[in-house]
Design a protein around this ligand. Sequence first.
Ligand SMILES: NC(=O)c1ccc[n+]([C@@H]2O[C@H](COP(=O)([O-])OP(=O)(O)OC[C@H]3O[C@@H](n4cnc5c(N)ncnc54)[C@H](O)[C@@H]3O)[C@@H](O)[C@H]2O)c1
Length: 357
Amino acid sequence: MENIQKFFKNKKILITGHTGFKGAWLSKILLNWESRVVGIALKPATNPNLFDSLEIKNKMDNYFIDIRNFRKVKEIIIKEKPEIVFHLAAQPLVRDSYDDPLYTLETNIMGTANILQAIKETNTVRAAVIITTDKVYENKESGRPFKENDKLGGYDPYSASKAAAEITIDSYIKSFFNPVDYNKKHRTLIASARAGNVIGGGDWGNDRLAPDLIKGVLKNKKVIIRNPDAIRPWQYVLEPLYGYLLLAKKLYEGKKEFSGAWNFGPNSRNFLTVKEFIELALKILNKGDYIIKRDLSNKHEAKLLKLNCDKAKKNLGWQQILDINKTLKLTFEWYKSFYNKEDIINITDQQIKKFFN
Ligand SMILES: NC(=O)c1ccc[n+]([C@@H]2O[C@H](COP(=O)([O-])OP(=O)(O)OC[C@H]3O[C@@H](n4cnc5c(N)ncnc54)[C@H](O)[C@@H]3O)[C@@H](O)[C@H]2O)c1
C-alpha cells in the first residue's frame, strides 16, 4: 500500500457530504493526517450519527448548506480556496429515490454540476474526485463485471441520477478540464469514482443491513431479511476511501492519465447473498437469529452487480485489503463498542491506523 499520509498534511481539502457515513470517515482520516478540512453538507440526518460520534465538528470548518444552491457553493470555494475536492454529497438511497425522484435527480445531478461549475469559476482546486456508484452502468444482470467504458444507464431514479452525473462529469472533463489542455488552459484534473456497497461502523442510514442487524440483535429481536438471495458486494468503508485518496494524490501531482472514471469494488470472494452475510455476521456476533419476509413491493432493485477493477489495480496500485471475515469483524466490533459505550473515537482511530499501516 502506498504511504499517502504525508502527502495530505497541510493540504486544504473540501469534502461535500462530510456529515454522512463515508464523508465522516474521510474527514476523520484527513484530520488525523493533519489536513485542513472544510465540509459542505446538510446537518446529520440520523441520531446517532458518525459525524457527532467522532466529534469532528470543532476540528474543521462546516457549512451546512444545500448543494443545490450554486451561489453558496461558489462563495464557499472562493472563501476557503480548497486545493482538493472530494464530492460525496448525494441522496444515496435507491428506495428513497422512488419516493422522491425529483429531489434525488436535483441533488445528484445538479449538485454535481454545481461543484464542477464552482471549481471552473474559481481558481484554486487542483484535483477533484467525484463519487458516484457502481449502479451507474446499464445493468442487464448478465453477471459480467462492468468496466469503466461500459454503457451507462439506470433503472431506478437513484441509478439514473448517478449515471447522469457521470455524463456531466465527462462533459466537464472534455469541455473545461481536458487533460490535453492541462497547465495550458487550466490546472485542474477531475476523476469520478464508482464504488459498490460499503459497510463499516457508524452507518445509520435507512435500509442499511449492518445497522439494522446490530440494532435487532442487541434488542434480542429477529433480523428480518427482505431479499435473501440478492447477491451484494461487501466492502469495508476504508477500501474505496483509500482509492479516492490515491486518486486525488495522482491528480494533484498533475498525472493527467488519472483523469476520468475509476471502479473500486471488492473481489469476488467478498460477494455474498444477503442471507450468507447475515449468517456470517451472526456467527461473528455469536448472538441473534433471523427470519425471511420476502419483499412483495414491486420496487425494482438490481440483483447482480460486479465491477471489473483491473484499471485501478494496474494503474493506481489499488487493491482490496481485507477479506469478508475481516470486513464484517471490524464492522460489527465497531457497533458493539459503540453500543457498549466504549471510546468510539479511539476505536475509529485504531481502525484507520491499522488499515493504512
Ligand atoms: N454507502 C454506500 O454503500 C455507497 C455505495 C456507493 C456509492 N455511495 C456514494 O457515496 C456517497 C456518500 O454516501 P454515504 O453512504 O456516506 O451517504 P450518507 O447518506 O451517509 O451521506 C450523504 C451526505 O450527503 C449530504 N447531502 C445529501 N443531500 C444533500 C444536499 N441536498 N445538499 C448538501 N448535502 C447533502 C448529507 O448531508 C450527508 O452528509 C454518495 O454520493 C453515495 O451515492 C455510497
